[in-house]
Structure formats: structure tokens, C-alpha cells
Ligand binder design. Sequence first.
Ligand code: E4P
Length: 216
Amino acid sequence: MKFFIDTGNLAQIKEANDLGILDGVTTNPTLMAKEGIKGEEAIAQHYKAICELVDGDISAEVLSVDFDSMVAEGKKLAAIHPNIVVKVPMIKDGVKAIKWFTDNGIRTNCTLIFSAGQAILAAKAGATYVSPFIGRIDDSGWDGMELIGQIRHIFDVQNFKTEILAASIRNALHIIKAAELGADVCTCPLSSILGLLKHPLTDIGLAQFVEDAKKM
Ligand code: E4P
């Protein structure tokens, strides 16, 4: 399973990348706005900086919601760096745009996936990735992981090549479950990635080893 970090924060991207386990980055308008990135030029510069930090797929989301504008925006985003993957929302015009990008050699990440039907449509349009939002499904009282399992089953049975990118990750257990269910990628906040490191018995064991090392 590939590991992406889900943030627009350069310091966090660098910290995750320094671990040596990072395969890419996802962003969205909320995460970019949080970093104070405003205006077309600043947005392009920020994506460029991310691409220079991480050698992997970098999702850059279109801000418009109609076909023509999404295509125009996506073309500009894709021109920033070969690693840019254009992130497109799961709406009717979004499906059309994904098909257009696919036919024109531009890779896409279909975002805001909340059902298997949406994932099938995105895969049919040729999306490189589909992003089911696990945490937001859990937040609304459904089981986000069930959706990962269902999409995995469908994509395997139908031989869809689209990769399943588990998104809206809230904790380390989400990452473990997504791995268990065969997600191709997990995009996570830095806190969830670091959460995988933690176990109290590791801390207790290490404290003992450090103590005993003094006697050697
Ligand atoms: C996916 O690419 C999105 O950026 C992200 O995972 C959304 O997560 P949230 O539900 O924590 O906002």
C-alpha cells in the first residue's frame, strides 16, 4: 500500500518525507486555504514546491465545478509538473472531465466518493484514483471501511485498473484496516502516520534496554 500525506503544509510534508515512507501528497481547497494560499500564481507555486519536496503523485484539486472550466483548470495544473494528478469532484461534469483528461493523457483522482456506484462511474471514466472518504462516512454513522471492501471487490471482479485511495483518514486504525482490505493507497494526516509508531510496550521495553545498556 502506498502512503500519501493529506496536507498542504510544507513542514509536515517534509517531516513525513524524511521518514522515507512517503509516496505522494493529496491536497484539497480546505487544506490549501488553511496554509493561506490564495490566487492562481500562489497556488501554482505551492504545488511546485510540493512537487520539488516529494517524488511521487501530487493531487491538485480543480476549484471549478463545470466541465469547460474544470478542463481548462486541470490542463494548467497538469502543466505545473509531470507528477501532478488532477483532482476532480464526483459530479456529472466531473465524470465528463475525468474522461476528457483520460483521453488526453492527464491522470486524475476522483474525490468525494461516498458510494460504490460513484467509484464505478469514476473507474469507467478512467480515473487513476478514486478517493472514498472513510472518516466522513464514519462521522455520519455508516461504516467507511465497508465501502473500501466493496469497491475492492468490484474493481477486482471487473478488472478495473483504477487505484483505491482511502481518504479522510482519522487515525492509525483506519490505516491498518485500509491496508487489510486492499486499499492501494492511504492518504493520511501526519498525526495518523505517526500514530502507527506508537505502542506503550515499545516505550517500556526501550526504557528498560536503555537502562540495562548502562550496565554493559
Ligand atoms: C482527500 O484527498 C481529502 O483531502 C481528505 O482526505 C479529506 O479528509 P477530511 O474528511 O479529514 O477533510
